[in-house]
Design a protein around this ligand. Sequence first.
Ligand code: DGL
Length: 268
Amino acid sequence: MAQDKSLLPIGVFDSGLGGLTVLRHLRERFSHEDFVYLGDTARIPYGSKSPRTIQRYLAQNLAFLNHLSVKAVVVACNSASTQARFVESPVPLYEVIGPGALRASITTQNSRVGVVATRATVMSECYPKEIEKLKPSIEVFQQACPLLVPLVEEGWDDDPITNLVVYRYLSPLLAAGIDTLILGCTHYPILKKAFAKVLGGHVQMVDSAEAIGDQIERDFQLHKLPAKHDGRTGTFHLYTTDVSDTFEALARRILAPNPSAKLELAEI
Ligand code: DGL
């Protein structure tokens, strides 16, 4: 008998645990869907690695998720998303750059968009290229923020030191007159409060999680991706390539108030 694809889980992949911000959003929005999350915690950060290495890691992680039988994979990691077009996938692959660029191009009123991301994402120029395709008149200003991921992982999302670092990174973008800021890294939604303090009320933030959610919702509506309609509340499983108490504590913090954040080890 043919397998009912709608019942398969959606895979969510990130270089670490920051992608749980995307998982949290997708679970809230598509509460009947099952999810399986893979965080490559043994090899994080991807943001400082070369495109070739990121491609290799991405292909291995996709193979792991496909082995578990998923109906689609969301590449929550921006740094990995920059390489998504170079890897083959037997199931639909959702990357975050396109949807984030689309949302930003619709949001901006003054055609000046900022992007904060890892070095790998900034160097790839994926956001400026994607926005150029959508609306060539938009000017894009990029800023690599390599210090922000470690600060989030340390749990310093509400800390004067983090506020200072955020101020330092955002100042050139504010001086460029942006009215829209793409949070081009899985960890940055956790810093929304710190960003808002520096940005004030007149710069809109674009969150990858919401942008990718819009695209999946469209694909459900267009029946490009089969939605699960069995009335059962969705489940989720978390896999990481390395497990430690620190990782579990971080996962619990990001998924709060959901108490279940047990990490299973993925052998890749
Ligand atoms: N997940 C990565 C991203 O969104 C950030 C962490 C890393 O450098 O691997 O770009």
